[in-house]
Design a protein around this ligand. Structure first.
Ligand code: TYD
Length: 139
């Protein structure tokens, strides 16, 4: 599996610091952004996630700290460490993900292609495996 990592545009100023930016709708992301959320105040060592989505595509980035994203497409697995504010990871639908907090104060930001919809989640790993197999059989 080749995780889809993007380099977020960055404007650096020696005296004033950095400004990072991305735009949706085909500019920097392959989708329009309908929702943004962020996860913070997570104790180091915590593993969150443990689910996949049927339709949702997301960009994950970590503006502060270090968080490892574990990806599993039902066949292959990959790990991506988000430890710099300009590194983004696009996570497609039908991808099992877990997120491991590795540094105190780390913040995980997510830009999502859809509004929140609990029925889009697959929260059971066996159900995820069955879903991927079923999708592969579709014409
Ligand atoms: P969840 O996506 O399961 O978080 P994680 O994968 O990081 O453990 O969401 C945690 C809870 O928050 C769950 O009850 C659903 C709720 N939630 C919303 O209400 N709206 C949202 O946009 C998101 C992402 C989660």
């Amino acid at each position: 599996m080749n995780p889809r990592i993007i380099s977020i545009k960055n404007i650096h100023d020696e005296a004033e610091g950095d400004l990072s930016i991305f735009e949706g709708s085909g500019h920097d992301l392959p989708f329009a952004i309908k929702r943004i959320y962020y996860i913070h105040h997570v104790p180091v060592g915590t593993v969150r996630g443990g689910h996949a989505h049927k339709q949702l595509t997301q960009l994950l980035w970590c503006p502060y700290g270090s968080i490892t994203i574990l990806l599993d497409d039902g066949t292959d697995k990959a790990e991506v460490k988000l430890d710099t504010p300009t590194k983004g990871l696009i996570v497609e639908h039908a991808m099992w993900r877990e997120m491991r907090w590795e540094q105190e104060g780390s913040v995980l930001c997510v830009a999502a292609s859809e509004f929140y919809d609990e029925s889009d989640y697959i929260r059971d790993y066996d159900a995820f495996q069955a879903y991927v197999k079923q999708q592969a059989k579709l014409p």
